[in-house]
Design a protein around this ligand. Structure first.
Ligand code: NCD
Length: 345
């Protein structure tokens, strides 16, 4: 595929969107749009990654992210290996780094890693760099920290919604995006905050104090520890409101997040029904914003908690399936960019 990147792509790994510049977002969206518009059917596979090996190392459950990465790699003709922790030598005490190096010894160049602890993909990337291995690590979700490919596919979905012909970062500028729900436990929300504010969107966070601490209002104010500077010169504003009605007024899109029950050990809620009453989305609740305002959710959805089943099934309003579909070209773009970087001299 003759394609010249819009700008220099300098990332060896993709670990956190806090490190992405506006050019990086533009590059990923442009390439994703190209992959998205390829005809589906017979000629689905592109030869770009022929002979290259991608391994998914998922130490935490996943339905869509792992399948999406695997499909993306296959559409680029890569070989794919999938690591299953319970059936592996991890149960015999092999360390995570040694496990990863086993796959590297087999020729894996692209390691897609999910772990319940924040920082594991970054730690692995650093250790492999120190060992002189030519591999790229893609963070597929680490604890509460980051989920860059989800943030990028959400960005792509929104950009396509606002400007189907040219889904660039500029499509987000000045748009008001509401993120409602369990922000505290959401690596998806954190990645979206970096991506959306970078593109000049106004982000309104909404949720109860136990799931949305006030400190989130300053989330993008400074780069994370270990990163010297913010590569984005001017970010869109970030606000925090407690009332859903107030948040929805003037919204251009609403993203709701899964209530992460498995990460809640501190009884942060009085009950799912009262949560749904206050923060759950429904057609009725959305009456306070314009008809065309779409609803996004990274999945998996707790039906009837974050939103009603009716809303989830309303494809005119709810972009959940569109997000799943867009995940494939976005991950193709990431794999393509990282693999190209590994072969460049
Ligand atoms: C998310 C995740 O695992 O971080 N799901 C996903 O990747 N689409 C969100 C979640 O688990 O709630």
């Amino acid at each position: 595929m003759p394609w010249q990147p819009l700008s220099d792509w300098t990332h060896r790994h993709v670990l956190d969107l806090a490190a992405f510049s506006l050019d990086d977002y533009a590059t990923v969206l442009e390439l994703a749009q190209r992959f998205r518009s390829l005809p589906s059917g017979g000629a689905r596979r592109l030869p770009a990654l022929q002979g290259r090996l991608m391994t998914t190392l998922f130490f935490e459950p996943s339905t869509r992210t792992r399948s999406s990465f695997e499909l993306a790699a296959k559409r680029l003709s890569a070989d794919v290996l999938s690591f299953a922790p319970s059936a592996s030598s991890l149960s015999k005490g092999e360390s995570l780094l040694d496990t990863a190096r086993t796959y590297v010894a087999m020729g894996a160049e692209l390691l897609v890693v999910r772990h319940r602890c924040a920082g594991v993909p970054a730690g692995l990337a650093a250790a492999l760099d120190r060992a002189g291995e030519r591999v790229a690590v893609l963070n597929a979700g680490d604890g509460l920290h980051s989920h860059p490919s989800q943030g990028l596919l959400d960005l792509f979905t929104l950009a396509r919604h606002f400007n189907p012909v040219a889904p660039t970062p500029a499509a987000l500028r000045g748009r008001r995006i509401v993120i409602v729900g369990d922000v505290l436990h959401s690596r998806v929300a954190r990645s979206n905050l970096w991506a959306l504010t970078a593109c000049g969107a106004e982000v309104v966070l909404c949720g109860p104090p136990t799931l949305l601490p006030a400190a989130f209002a300053a989330f993008v104010a400074a780069p994370p520890p270990g990163q010297a500077r913010d590569p984005v010169a001017a970010r869109g504003p970030l606000r925090l409101v407690r009332s859903l009605e107030e948040a929805l007024a003037g919204a251009d899109a609403v993203m709701t997040l899964r209530l992460q029950k498995e990460r809640m050990h501190q009884h942060l809620l009085s009950g799912l029904e009262s949560y749904h009453r206050l923060y759950g989305l429904s057609h009725e609740r959305l009456r306070s914003c314009a008809e065309a305002v779409p609803v996004l959710h990274p999945g998996p959805v707790n039906r009837g908690v974050e939103m009603t089943g009716d809303l989830l099934d309303d494809a005119d309003r709810c972009l959940v399936q569109e997000q799943v579909l867009n995940g494939i070209p976005v991950r193709m773009a990431l794999l393509y960019l990282l693999a190209s970087g590994l072969t460049a001299v």
